[in-house]
Design a protein around this ligand. Sequence first.
Ligand code: NAD
Ligand code: UDP
Length: 312
Amino acid sequence: MKQTILVTGGAGFIGSHLCEALLTAGHTVVCVDNLFCGSKKNIVTCLKNKNFTFIKHDVREPFVTKIKFTRIYNLACPASPVNYQKDPVATIETSFLGMHNMLKLAQKTGARVLQASTSEIYGDPLEHPQRETYWGNVNPIGIRACYDEGKRAAETLCFDYHREKKVEIRVVRIFNTYGPRMAVNDGRVVSNFIVQALRGAPITIYGAGDQTRSFQYVDDLVRGMMLFMEKARVTGPVNMGNPNEFTMKQLAEKVVKLTSSKSAITFRALPGDDPKRRKPDISVAKKMLGWEPKVMVDEGLVKTIAYFKKVV
Ligand code: NAD
Ligand code: UDP
């Protein structure tokens, strides 16, 4: 069925890929973004489509509209530590107030809402790999808390709106996702390493580089989110990520090799509260949605490197 869909944060990295995929599926898409860390450059293709509208709007403010949305994907929120720590108050406000405004809109229009939650819900996890049943280990007053606690409170709001007001919700906990259109300067590890390697600049590993992450290619995530949104009666939370786990040292070596770079590897101070290990258990997504990632890291990195070669 063709839907009328609101995508908040649609001019960002993941949001722009999602808007494109929804348009390709024949839906009508309204993208709302305040361009805090997204860019209209990410949606140039979408803007040529008659079924696409961009509205510059801050989700911390109520979104007043006559459009009868049937689906809302809530992605608006700075996602990289560098961006979300630039204005921590705005970050936690965006997570909480943005979510609240979208849930109120959903209640009014009868729309189903998908929240882009995060593996940061688990903080510096004491359980490994992380299952959805794990409640997490978050420092509530640390430098990452504006993001982690904002996202945790947003999940709480989703479930309370669902229980109390019968709003249909979908909560996806996204693990580190990468791909074309990550911002050159947003400080995330995949974009940093690739940009540094392509420029022949030192590759900056924070700490000793033995912390781990599991990297998912953006196309896998977008396919998963769309599947989840349309799946009946599954609220989540559902983890989405690629369970292949790498140390940052291994990632740096991979990027140097795939770019044939002459960059040296250097070590910098580890930021506070940096999680030591992260790997999703995706058995719920497999069982409930029949979803698992298809793009392995070498293939995804090659595509991402090809993109960055054009923009740096
Ligand atoms: P991104 O920074 O590229 O995109 C976020 C978008 O939200 C940007 O376009 C930004 O301008 C917009 N935005 C920020 N504050 C806003 C506000 N107050 N009002 C309206 N728009 C606002 O990040 P991304 O990687 O595309 O992440 C998208 C979503 O997915 C985020 O909610 C993020 O928390 C979540 N997520 C991403 C990852 C990942 O690895 N990329 C992992 C977990 C969760
Ligand atoms: N990181 C790094 N060098 C960089 C950027 C990040 O070693 O130039 C590390 C960072 O300390 C963290 C991991 O890479 O341990 C992933 O960082 P990112 O900001 O991409 O995501 P998150 O910490 O939110 O998972």
